[in-house]
Design a protein around this ligand. Structure first.
Ligand code: SF4
Length: 393
């Protein structure tokens, strides 16, 4: 067995080519907007939630009744947002029941729900467990009180700590915690403290994201007004190295640029994105990649609901990808995985001479490492992964 195949199997990958599908559900509500967040969401309001719940039921029914949909196995369901757990548990569980009735979920289906620490009560966690949710992803972001204020997070550090215990007591063993580094004024010491607390909670998965300044966020406008400086990319590397050192000791391995997991706990849903496999997105702003097309739902609860009331799918942008585009995209996404991509993907994309030249240049410039069987980002390539991606698209 090749090394790449062994690595893929350790991550829980199945043979490619199966017509299975991942489902993403976007629940677009939060109690307030964090200062760094650019996701499509609206503040929680009962009337809008009612409108949304009716609409998502209609969207589920429209897709479920499409020819061939029930024959496709759903391998992963990811409920994200927004904050899914801002909905009362009965409402969230009702959506999951409709998913189960409308689609054919595999027996081993990974079902992830995102939660904020303060919304995850004992009752909520029990409800989710009984509804067959297999994985929780909790957005903690930082354990440092000043950084939490800076990020505009709701909830306290104590709630962040106890949410993981609540999840475990409800029977969850597959738990991801999200954290952010590169926060203005953050030090490597405070990051070390956040990671130490995180590791004391013994999660099976950690997602560590560098803070990025997204247009439309409070951080972005404060940065434009000169209220703080962004972290130097060279300094960001110190935060990554700190994480690498601490996480390795707790048997968490980095399998994607921002993701670490214990063996067997890589996120199967997100692996679909990185491996170029198909997924269907439901809810306002959700994106899909199905039948060689990328498309997205309208980013407005009102428009989303109106379309569905009229019996139409709320799709606003649809692009049919050529075979060559798909070949390039799966390489760019696949390179985010530390295992890299198989060499035959590169051979296929290299039929385009311009692309092949860009690829060879990136290898020469030490952004990519090529072997007889595959290609991976080098250390330098990992640091400039977005630039590498742009040069290969
Ligand atoms: S809780 Fe999550 S989705 Fe909601 S505003 Fe904060 S970061 Fe964004």
């Amino acid at each position: 067995m090749s090394v790449t195949k062994q690595k893929r199997e350790r991550l829980g990958a199945k043979d490619e080519g199966m017509a299975d599908l991942g489902l993403y559900l976007h629940i677009p509500f939060c109690v307030k907007r964090c200062h760094f967040c650019a996701f499509y969401l609206v503040l929680h309001d009962r009337q809008r939630v009612e409108q949304f719940l009716q609409a998502i039921e209609r969207e589920i029914a429209l897709y479920a009744n499409q020819p061939g949909m029930r024959e496709r196995t759903i391998s992963t369901v990811y409920v994200g947002g927004g904050t899914p757990t801002v909905l009362p548990p009965e409402q969230l569980v009702a959506i999951l029941s409709s998913i189960r009735s409308g689609f054919s979920l595999s027996q081993q289906c990974e079902i992830t729900v995102e939660a904020t620490p303060e919304s995850l009560t004992d009752k909520y966690a029990d409800f989710l467990r009984q509804a067959g949710v297999t994985r929780l992803s909790i957005g903690i972001q930082s354990f440092d009180p000043q950084e939490r204020t800076m990020l505009g997070l709701s909830g306290t550090r104590a709630e962040a700590m106890s949410s993981v215990q609540i999840a475990k007591q409800a029977g969850f063993s597959n738990i991801n915690l999200d954290f952010i580094y590169g926060i203005p004024n953050q030090t490597v010491q405070s990051w070390e403290m956040t990671l130490t607390h995180a590791l004391e909670l013994d999660p099976s998965h950690l997602s560590l994201y560098a803070l990025s300044l997204e247009k439309g966020t409070r951080f972005y406008s404060e940065f434009r007004r000169g209220l703080f400086e962004v972290m130097d990319p060279d300094h960001e590397v110190c935060f990554q190295q700190q994480a690498e050192t601490q996480l390795k000791l707790r048997r968490l391995s980095r399998y994607e640029l921002s993701n670490w997991a214990k063996s067997g706990f890589a996120c199967q849903h997100n692996l679909r994105y990185w491996r170029g496999l198909e997924y269907l997105g439901l809810g306002p702003s959700a994106q899909s990649y199905v039948s060689e097309s990328r498309y997205g739902n309208v980013s407005s609860v009102e428009h989303y609901s109106k379309c569905l009331e009229a019996g139409q799918l709320p799709v606003v942008k649809r692009e049919l990808l050529s075979r060559a585009q798909q070949d390039k995209e799966r390489i760019v996404f696949g390179l985010r995985l530390l295992e890299g991509v198989p060499i035959d993907w590169v051979h296929k994309a290299s039929q385009d001479e311009i692309w092949a030249t860009s690829f060879t240049t990136l290898v020469k410039e030490d952004y990519l490492f090529q072997t007889d069987t595959g290609v991976q980002l080098t250390q330098k390539g990992q640091q400039f992964a977005d630039t590498v991606g742009m040069r290969l698209l």
